[in-house]
Design a protein around this ligand. Structure first.
Ligand code: IMP
Ligand code: MG
Length: 172
């Protein structure tokens, strides 16, 4: 078992998610977007975020498996479930739980770019900015955190702990 310590509380999360939703609403004024959730990690963030997005939008989901160990992604990404619709000419907002090296998102972004969307932006809840290896633009980030393994609010350790309503670190 892990010994959990709160890094970002439920209240802080909800406040920031609301701010992001309001910012997105402003930035895409008079436009329609596809909010693309990367499962499974992005699910809690996405469902809370869209409640604060007040423009026409559709939800899409992608399931990817990124090879690596339980702490690090390798950047070798396999698409297990793709979007249901073509995205040509659409505005895509990718919603992810966390960006670490950036390899996973760079890979996904490159695949989607080939489908000729009008725009692709990234919205991540957590950003381990110092860890970035792959060059990838992040338009919206909830919180910048250090190089610590975090869980909760969608983020897992060996598939567990996604249901915790706050972000925690292991101090075991
Ligand atoms: P990247 O490809 O290195 O940017 O890694 C991104 C992916 O690694 C995320 O979608 C997570 O699945 C996983 N990941 C990275 N850091 C953490 C963490 O602290 N907790 C849980 N998963 C993480
Ligand atoms: Mg993930």
């Amino acid at each position: 078992m892990l010994k959990l310590e709160t890094l970002i509380s439920e209240e802080e999360l909800q406040k920031r998610v609301k701010e992001l939703g309001e910012q997105i609403t402003k930035d895409y004024e008079n436009q329609e977007i596809i909010v693309l959730c990367i499962l499974k990690g992005g699910v809690m963030f996405m469902t809370d975020l869209v409640k604060h997005i007040k423009i026409p939008m559709k939800m899409e989901f992608m399931v990817v498996s990124s090879y690596g160990d339980e702490y690090k992604s390798s950047g070798v990404v396999k698409i297990l479930k793709d979007l249901d619709e073509p995205i040509e000419g659409k505005h895509i907002l990718i919603v992810e739980d966390i960006i670490d090296s950036g390899r996973t998102l760079r890979y996904i972004k490159n695949i989607l770019k080939e489908r000729a969307p009008e725009s692709i932006k990234i919205c991540t809840l957590l950003d381990k900015a110092e860890q970035r290896e792959a060059n990838v633009d992040v338009e919206y980030a909830g919180f910048t955190i250090g190089d610590e393994f975090v869980i909760g609010y969608g983020l897992d350790y060996r598939q567990y702990y996604r249901n915790i309503p706050y972000i925690a670190v292991n101090r075991g």
